[in-house]
Design a binder for this molecule. Sequence first.
Ligand code: S3P
Length: 170
Amino acid sequence: MKNLVLIGFMGSGKTTAGIRLSYLCRLPFLDLDREIERQQGKSISEIFAQDGEACFRQLETDFLKTLPLEKQGFILSAGGGTPLREENRPLLKAAGTVIYLKTSAQSVWERLKGDTTRPLLAGEDPRGRIEELLAKRCGVYEALADLTVETDGRSGEEIAAEIYKRAGMA
Ligand code: S3P
């Protein structure tokens, strides 16, 4: 049994597809952001505001190091920024098959406008910030991925079904 690790930009549907996949594969679903929030007893926004982004990034790495790799069988959704830290890349690779959910800036914007839970998009020009961050990050996502799945205009169900098939989980 192989683990699946979902990576991709904020709003690319990692959580939705991950929950669907967890039903399809009958495997537990782990969402890195939610795990950190549970451990810390506060939201991601509160962690950014009170402790700073650097602290949050360290919590991501710490969590990846505690993944129970000997107990194979989970679907992990990483945070959008998790693959950016070089130290995290071998940890993500070691955790399972890495799937990149590829989404355009326009789709991210449509999904996240009005969202208040992403501190990195809380500034003056969230649309521009999405473009800028996505342009910086897409090469890292592509290079790390074992499989890339296009998500624009597709439901979480369709995306999960494609991953299930292509990752050999059927
Ligand atoms: C971040 C993405 C978020 C969360 C934090 C930072 C990023 O996760 O980890 O707000 O740097 O892209 P999602 O991708 O699940 O929204």
